[in-house]
Design a binder for this molecule. Structure first.
Ligand SMILES: Cc1cc2nc3c(=O)[nH]c(=O)nc-3n(C[C@H](O)[C@H](O)[C@H](O)COP(=O)(O)OP(=O)(O)OC[C@H]3O[C@@H](n4cnc5c(N)ncnc54)[C@H](O)[C@@H]3O)c2cc1C
Length: 298
């Protein structure tokens, strides 16, 4: 289907657009090239009464086996602006986090190296306050621009976002699209030094994370107190536990891997079992980090 000069694909598979490679098709899928096309597509969804979903690089979502109704906007190839403006960096929602980290390093500013190995894009990362190695985006974020369902472009200061561990107030507004973000450039630092630090972070990741890339990273948030989610799961001997082709990684217990043709139902069943076992044994309610679509939006 063509809308204006935007192509809208019908019943298009979404699994290849996610790192887990799981999930059914989108009823309608569009890949807007710029903000104007985003507006046009959001307006179209409203006019037709279609539910609307956003997808970045698909590294923190579990898409239902039945797929998604309505219109999905895949933003992985759009909103790619990345430029320095004085003491700040402006990045579009689609900019991959490793690219943001490299760009800051090339400019000779530290503070972004922790993003090097995180396979997401800026939009979703702001929403979830992505982080690693004791740092998170909140440490460098100054403000964001979001498109509301009324199609207003609203500027919000980072202080107004209530950024916390893998959370922000934006999670309460899943129909707001993060369009752009502004970050403060950190300390001027020789590029070589920053690159070396990034390599160190990447090496630690490689040593801790499973080799199979078909995952969503950490499935559960670490509880606010006490041992990490991975420790709690490992302690119950759940490494290697399987439901169909969904398997708890033997290397990092907070990763669930797609070992072949895992389904969303299998992943959910494994997650529910883990939450139940951890609750029974430790009275800790593990909260998931990964987003379920469409469940979390309907
Ligand atoms: C191997 C691996 C390692 C990882 N390591 C880390 C880590 O160290 N730290 C960490 O924080 N995360 C980590 N993650 C998780 C993930 O990369 C981050 O959460 C990332 O920010 C998700 O970005 P994405 O573009 O892939 O989002 P997606 O998975 O595409 O989307 C996630 C959610 O955000 C919404 N969304 C997407 N784009 C927008 C937008 N522009 N506006 C509004 N909503 C939007 C989607 O609807 C969905 O609800 C890891 C994942 C993997 C696979």
């Amino acid at each position: 289907m063509i809308q204006g000069n935007i192509t809208i694909l019908q019943n298009h598979p979404l699994a290849p657009l996610t790192t887990w490679k799981i999930g059914g098709p989108a009823k309608y899928l569009a890949m807007p090239r710029d903000l104007e096309e985003v507006y046009a597509l959001m307006r179209l969804a409203q006019d037709r009464g279609w539910p609307l979903f956003f997808l970045g690089r698909g590294s923190n979502v579990l898409i239902a086996d039945e797929g998604l109704p309505g219109l999905t906007l895949c933003l992985a190839r759009s909103l790619l602006k990345l430029e320095r403006q004085g003491e700040c960096l402006r990045a579009g929602a689609g900019v991959p986090l490793p690219k943001l980290a490299r760009y800051a390093a090339e400019l000779g500013f530290s503070g972004f190296e922790f993003l090097a190995g995180i396979p997401g894009a800026v939009g979703a990362a702001v929403r979830l306050n992505a982080g690693a190695f004791g740092h998170n985006l909140g440490g460098v974020l100054r403000r964001v621009w979001v498109v509301t369902p009324q199609l207003h472009l609203v500027e919000l200061d980072a202080a107004a976002l209530g950024l916390g561990y893998r959370s922000s107030l934006l999670l309460n507004f899943p129909h707001w699209l993060v369009a752009e973000a502004e970050f403060a450039l950190g300390e001027p630092t020789p590029t070589g030094e920053i690159m070396a630090r990034m390599q160190d972070f990447l090496a630690v990741r490689k040593s801790r994370h499973p080799a199979n890339p078909r995952s969503c990273g950490s499935v559960f948030k670490n509880p606010p107190h006490g041992p990490s989610a991975g420790w709690l799961i490992d302690d119950l001997g759940l490494k290697g536990r399987r439901r169909g082709d969904a398997q708890v990684s033997r290397k990092h217990a907070n990763f669930i891997l797609n070992q072949g043709r895992a389904t969303a139902a299998q992943v959910k069943a494994l997650m529910a079992e883990i939450q139940d076992r951890v609750w029974q044994a430790h009275q800790v309610a593990l909260e998931r980090e990964v987003v379920f679509l469409p469940d979390d939006l309907i």
